[in-house]
Design a protein. Structure first.
Length: 150
């Protein structure tokens, strides 16, 4: 294809693309992500007030509860509705990570537990886990070097 044909094609296709409402999408993502985080804070306060958790130990049950709720909402089909409305606002918190894993598990459940669910559930999650481990290692090295000179 010549450059003129590519250029003409791009011009004709541009008319059929919807214009994204960037500001509106940012506001929706901010509000929904903020509500998820506020709900996490409510859970933290609930665990601190009603169970024998300290400020240092309350994070794990809070995150586990958010993951459980996200997985249940994914299984029932409600998290997809939230995700379509909020975009990155629902994908960035830990609930989005749980949604990605639960969605993959649901998609491949017909192939069996090992070859379907177990192998496909970590396709997206595996790269996120590797990135998290590598970035934690790099930050740890930088902090170690920084502390050597201070």
């Amino acid at each position: 294809m010549t450059n003129s044909i590519k250029h003409n094609y791009k011009d004709k296709v541009k008319d059929f693309h919807p214009n994204p409402h960037i500001f509106k999408n940012c506001i929706k993502a901010f509000v929904v992500g903020g509500l998820i985080c506020a709900f996490g804070q409510v859970l933290t306060n609930f665990y601190l007030a009603n169970f024998n958790f300290t400020e240092e130990t309350v994070g794990n049950p809070t995150v586990a509860t958010l993951i459980l709720i996200s997985a249940i909402l994914t299984g029932l089909g409600y998290y997809d509705i939230i995700g379509q409305f909020a975009g990155a606002g629902s994908a960035v918190p830990v609930t989005g990570f749980a949604n990605s894993m639960a969605s993959a598990a649901l998609e491949y459940k017909s192939e069996g537990i090992v070859l379907g669910i177990a192998t496909n559930m970590f396709k997206l999650a595996g790269s996120v886990i590797v990135f998290g481990v590598v970035s934690a290692y790099v930050v740890g090295i930088i902090r170690y070097i920084f502390n050597m000179f201070m």
